[in-house]
Design a protein around this ligand. Structure first.
Ligand code: MOS
Length: 741
């Protein structure tokens, strides 16, 4: 049988998705379903003076109106050990528990009605009178403060570094210094956040959009003071998330409260506009870098400060310093991280949280240094190549970044680049070539899976994992199929249900490194169980053989020495009068985390065309080469990478929340005015995977493939814009008005 890992297998859930048979959270059609709509605060800070709910309560179809005056007081137990996806300091938003207003968009009422239209109409009739207090709506980078203790403990350190940065910087023959800004950005997945809550007595079922069903259950158990066992979360399909569905947001609590109030299942779906205030976003950030180097381009000193916005009721902080700490060799380094409190809903992880920000500053600064030195930007990276993780003092578990540079540069045609800015033109357009490095740390987490071999020759693999789009269904099916020696068509993978074996968060690019190895373990466990039965049998081909003489072979068991026939699993089950046999397996990080530093790497090369009269930037092509360890499925892997490129393109040229300081509010909270790349913006995108197999990191040899793909894209585009025009636009996005000013 051919290897299945490494094959471009089509998405196993593709047919269900394109024919509408895939059931997303909003689509579970429960008898008696009622609809809830939130009313959101319209002031940035203050308190509610009064709520007039009479008109809403008397509107047609309305079942209940719930405000802080009559909502049940919830437990909100302290979460002793918070999941990594939650803010590590401060307190999550407590909904409808008091008259305080903490940000513009905080829920102040929920209306539940027979139909969605009736609920929307009645929500409009709720009259709220507010008393406004002074609000913090201005981002002032000089007001930055260090992260609080909880965040520091979780690795969001206020400072890190090594060596003697001041002396080295003062002595550096060449220096550059610059400040970079990127705005608040929003995830804008196609599927909005939605929850259906259904109480049966004291038991609660949630159909939810989430990247982590197990955490959803844990959070709601804490909020309501319930036992986790009473909650089941079901989430088989997720229509994109990018980090917005890692956490369990307040609307999930509201849906459960609403369902309890009316004694019926209730659906609460956020509108596109509500998504901008009810789930998180990538925080606005400003960063300052100073680089010191020798005339030959050797970095001798590096200073980096990142300042980000944060909400006031809880403190979400990012690992924005991590790329600077280890991407390049530099003996003298100081990096600082600061937070500016604002009255806003809390930010949250968004596609390569923190890392994409840190890489943006570092890679734009490296380009400025290359210009200052008169050195090719790629050559500058090679001269500062980090042979080990200098901050941790550990070797990389594997690093094929040189191969990434070489492959992408070759494919892109980097050698055709003329070094001078404004030196390349075509068809009346300025042409620019830019590049940047990408890095994203690779982690894994403990998870488990079960495998059942059934009498009809199928394997059913189960785990409470998620698939927000990268292809978890498909790639896990491949891992199981290859391990069991079955064709892909004989394996079914089930996920997204708390009744299934525990899986870690579907985020941080850890899913394959975590769950892939758990599935291998589960497949091996079920094979072993079957082999044990076969050995113990009175008769049959394996009766009485020693354990080591039996091995899993293609689609069944055979002799370990390769002699004799393979007995298919289904036949073995028949011989033992079994309908099925099942086993669980798990995998977790081991001592490799002490021995190695692990990361995925990439090199991104971009061409831009700039129309100087109009200030428009077009990106006709982009080439990325990636070291992500072993690639399970090159087709879905390519999809991830070109998706990351599109996300980076949006970040560089289009995405920006327009924040009004008078209202503490995003004014363009819709997809007409918050620009994201559309087909016409998306050029030829090419993803190359350099060969690697990182067994130092985990037995499957994979690294994280996901978030590395957005890192490096925006700086590569900004650097190409400089090459085309001779102008450094240090504030993203690079809009026509900024290019023309
Ligand atoms: Mo990703 S921001 O970990 O979903």
């Amino acid at each position: 049988m051919n290897a299945i890992i490494g094959q471009p297998v089509n998405r196993v859930d593709g047919p269900a998705k394109v024919t509408g048979h895939a059931t997303y959270a909003a689509e579970f059609d429960l008898p008696g379903l009622a609809y809830a709509v939130m009313v959101l605060a319209t002031i940035p800070r203050g308190h509610i003076r009064s709520i007039d709910r009479m008109a809403a309560e008397q509107a047609p179809g309305v079942l209940a109106v719930m405000t802080h005056e009559d909502a049940p007081r919830l437990a909100y137990k302290p979460i002793a050990q918070r999941p990594q996806v939650d803010a590590q300091s401060g307190e999550q938003l407590h909904v409808l528990q008091d008259p305080e207003v903490r940000f513009n968009g905080e829920p102040v009422a929920v209306v539940i009605a027979e139909t969605l239209e009736q609920a929307v109409h009645a929500a409009d009739l709720v009259q709220v009178e507010y008393a406004r207090s002074p609000a913090l709506t201005i981002f002032d980078a000089t007001k930055g403060r260090p992260p609080s203790e909880g965040n520091v403990k979780a690795g969001r350190v206020p400072e890190l570094g090594r060596g003697e940065v001041e002396a080295a910087m003062a002595a550096a023959p060449v220096r550059i210094s610059a400040r970079y800004v990127h705005p608040r950005e929003h995830h804008n997945a196609i599927e909005p956040h939605v929850t259906i809550a259904h109480w049966e007595g004291e038991n609660l079922t949630l159909y939810d959009k989430t990247q982590w069903v197990d955490n959803d259950r844990k959070e709601i158990a804490h909020v309501f003071g319930m036992e986790e066992e009473r909650i089941r979360v079901i989430s088989p399909f997720v229509g994109g998330a990018f980090g917005s569905a890692l956490r369990t947001w307040p609307h999930v609590t509201l849906a459960a409260m609403a369902a309890k109030r009316v004694g019926r299942p209730v659906r609460l779906e956020l509108t596109r506009r509500q998504l901008y205030m009810s789930v998180g976003f990538r925080p606005h950030s400003e960063q300052h870098l100073t680089l010191g180097a020798t005339p030959e381009g050797k970095l001798v000193a590096l200073e980096h400060e990142v300042v980000q916005q944060v909400g006031r009721y809880e403190e979400y902080a990012e690992t924005a310093l991590s790329p600077t700490s280890h991407l390049y060799q530099c003996d003298n380094l100081r990096a600082r991280y600061r937070l500016v409190e604002m009255d806003t809903n809390s930010p949250c992880p968004m596609r390569a949280p923190g890392v994409v920000t840190g890489v943006l500053g570092l890679e734009m600064a490296m380009d400025e240094l290359a210009t200052e030195l008169g050195l090719d930007p790629l050559e500058l990276r090679l001269r500062n190549y980090a042979e080990q993780d200098q901050q941790k003092g550990l070797p990389w578990s594997s690093k094929e970044l040189r191969a990434c540079y070489a492959a992408a540069a070759e494919r892109f045609g980097w050698s055709r680049r003329k070094p001078e800015p404004r030196s390349m033109r075509e068809g009346g357009m300025l042409v620019g070539y830019g590049m940047a490095t990408a890095i994203y740390h690779s982690d894994r987490s403990a998870g488990s899976a079960s495998v059942a071999l059934t009498g009809n020759g199928m394997a059913v693999v189960r785990s409470a994992a998620s698939d927000m789009g990268p292809g978890t269904y498909t790639s896990m099916t491949q891992v199981a199929a290859e391990t069991l020696g079955l064709p892909v068509s004989h394996v079914r993978f089930e996920l997204g249900d708390t009744n299934l074996p525990f899986a870690p968060v579907h985020g941080g690019s850890i899913t394959m490194a975590s769950m892939g190895n758990a599935i291998v373990a589960a497949c091996q466990a079920v094979q072993k169980k079957l082999a044990g039965l076969a050995r113990a049998a009175q008769n049959g081909p394996f009766a009485g053989l020693p354990e080591e003489a039996i091995a899993a072979r293609e689609g069944g068991l055979g002799r370990a020495d390769g002699s004799g026939p393979v007995v298919p699993y289904a036949e073995l089950l028949r011989q033992h009068n079994l309908g099925w046999v099942e086993a669980e397996g798990s995998a977790q990080p081991g001592e490799e985390t002490q021995k190695y530093s692990s990361a995925a790497f990439g090199a991104v090369f971009v061409e831009v065309r700039v129309d100087e009269a109009l200030g428009t930037v077009r990106v006709p092509r982009m080439v990325g080469a990636y070291d992500v360890g072993r690639v399970i499925n090159p087709k879905t892997a390519r999809s991830q990478c070109i998706g990351g490129m599109v996300g980076g393109l949006g970040m560089a040229l289009e995405e920006q929340a327009e924040w009004d300081i008078r209202f503490g509010k995003v004014m363009n909270a819709n997809l007409a005015e918050y620009l994201v790349p559309v087909n016409a913006d998306v050029p030829s995108l090419e993803a190359i995977f350099v060969p690697n197999d990182d067994r130092n990191f985990n037995p499957l040899g994979v690294k994280g493939l996901a978030e590395v793909a957005i890192c490096g894209v925006a700086p590569a585009i900004a650097n190409a814009v400089y090459h085309a025009t001779g102008r450094r636009i240090r504030r993203l996005p690079i809009t026509p008005e900024r290019l023309l000013s």
